[in-house]
Design a protein around this ligand. Sequence first.
Ligand code: DX5
Ligand code: ZN
Length: 220
Amino acid sequence: MIKIAPSILSADFSCLGQEVAAVEKAGADWIHVDVMDGHFVPNLTIGPPVVKALRPISKLPLDCHLMISNPDQFIEAFAAAGADWISVHVEACTHLQRTLTRIRELGARPGVALNPHTPPESVAWVLGEVDYVLVMSVNPGFSGQAFIPSMVGKVARLKELIGQQGAEALIQVDGGIDDATIGAMYAAGARCFVSGSYLFGHPKGYAAAMALLRRNAEEG
Ligand code: DX5
Ligand code: ZN
């Protein structure tokens, strides 16, 4: 079973609540919330008040992807706002293990995210402490960018590292996921797929887009 996590960055922000309700009705598994600070990435998006506003709208897990330079200052606010899963970037955390432990103490599921140039071995010593590893298949900052094919090999290597340690971390992929790229990522070991522009822009609607993603993940 795979998980599809629509990224609300590609939703219509003028009616965000309705968009979240619509993707939930269409079969989404998680709601992916892209948090950007204009410093770690060259874009600004949303913060805890939006997560708080979405919390009563949906029963789905809210997955907050923190693309920010100082996650330690904000994880408490995101957890309090209702984030269920929180990922922080390895590149932004000096004391990564401490940050991940704190996320769990706050009652959320911790994850670690890697930029495309960051080697999978950089998270080897925290694989037993995370519930998921987020492999960026674009440079974070914007939706609608082109998928970086070499990230397939990175997912495979991560899967190997997770297996060697007997860990159970889920591999999530984010960036450029569509009906053409999802098969290779599934085959490499990813099981949670973030989708922004493909899903929200699909001419046949959200349910059809998710059905195509699910079919092509398992059929290649
Ligand atoms: C990029 C974000 C992604 C993005 C995905 O920095 O982390 O979640 O919204 O968008 P697509 O699927 O269009 O690449
Ligand atoms: Zn994201």
